[in-house]
Design a protein. Structure first.
Length: 289
């Protein structure tokens, strides 16, 4: 697990932060999965590399993880470390393929016309990670799969709201163009980092979708599986606090520094999640009115 541990340590990801609440074996499994996700995402985002080269690199990752899933001999160190996790939890190649299809969308698509198109992207790059993760966490009720889908979309929409400026710097606008038109916000305004009351209303519309998915995740998580989903629930708590912070700032996300939670705030959320689990208080603490 040397390569996967190194990748995870270098990351400041909220997802990696949640692993601290997991038993050692599950923590190792999630570290390997996270490293895979990080690697393919970094390939897609490396804009100093020509698009066609990145496409070839992602095809190589697809072929290599297929070898890992089918008992072959993976070439990439991360996939070699991931292979026993795949076997132990019966992680299907179809989900890894779907995830790679999601990051491949960023090679070609800089705009989404509708919410439906954006939601498909969110499913591939976020919900699929959740669907793989819950297999490692372990669950008894199949409704956990629906929970993972909803929570993934809630987290990804929160990311999109937070990263409007960062994405615009890359020439990307994830907010659906149909909604930009509805609220009278031009693409040029976003690319120039211009905040307005019209943009605030647009962001509130996206936020309403995110809030809806948080609520659905909260309602869908089966009570009997809440303890095993403790890391996912921590993720929900962290992103919900970030979501509320964005709301409090009226979605003014065009400043040079993205909205974040402090390290102390995250550590407090970890402690509270651990305490809630220890005390058997397993009701989700996100998605409230």
């Amino acid at each position: 697990m040397e390569e996967s541990n190194s990748i995870t340590r270098k990351s400041a990801s909220n997802l990696a932060l949640a692993f601290v609440l997991l038993p050692k074996a599950k923590r190792a499994g999630m570290t390997a999965l996270y490293a895979f996700c990080r690697e393919v995402d970094d390939v897609a985002d490396e804009e100093t590399v020509p698009v066609e080269t990145r496409r070839i690199q992602l095809a190589a990752w697809r072929a290599d993880v297929l070898r890992a899933c089918t008992g072959g001999s993976p070439e990439f160190a991360v996939n070699r470390e991931l292979q026993p996790i795949i076997a132990a939890h019966k992680l299907p190649f179809a989900l890894f393929d779907e995830l790679i299809r999601g990051v491949e969308m960023d090679l070609d698509i800089k705009r989404y016309e509708t919410f439906e198109q954006l939601e498909h992207y969110c499913y591939r790059v976020a919900s699929v990670v959740g669907l793989l993760s819950i297999e490692i966490f372990g669950y008894s009720n199949p409704a956990c799969r629906t929970y993972a889908d909803y929570l993934g979309k809630a987290l990804q929409l929160t990311n999109i709201l937070r990263d409007v400026r960062t994405d615009a710097e890359r020439g990307r606008i994830y907010l659906p163009l149909s909604e930009l038109a509805r609220f009278g916000v031009s693409q040029e305004e976003i690319l120039r980092f211009e905040y307005s009351e019209r943009f605030e209303k647009l962001a509130e519309c996206i936020a309403a979708r995110a809030r809806h998915f948080y609520h659905l995740a909260r309602q869908t998580l089966p009570p009997e599986d809440r303890r095993s989903m403790v890391a996912a629930e921590l993720m929900g708590s962290v992103y919900w606090k970030l979501f509320r912070k964005l709301e409090a700032n009226r979605f003014d996300v065009f400043g040079p520094n993205p909205t974040r939670l402090s390290k102390g705030h995250k550590l407090l959320l970890i402690f509270l999640s651990w305490l809630r689990t220890s005390l058997g208080t397993l009701t989700p603490n996100y998605g409230t009115p």
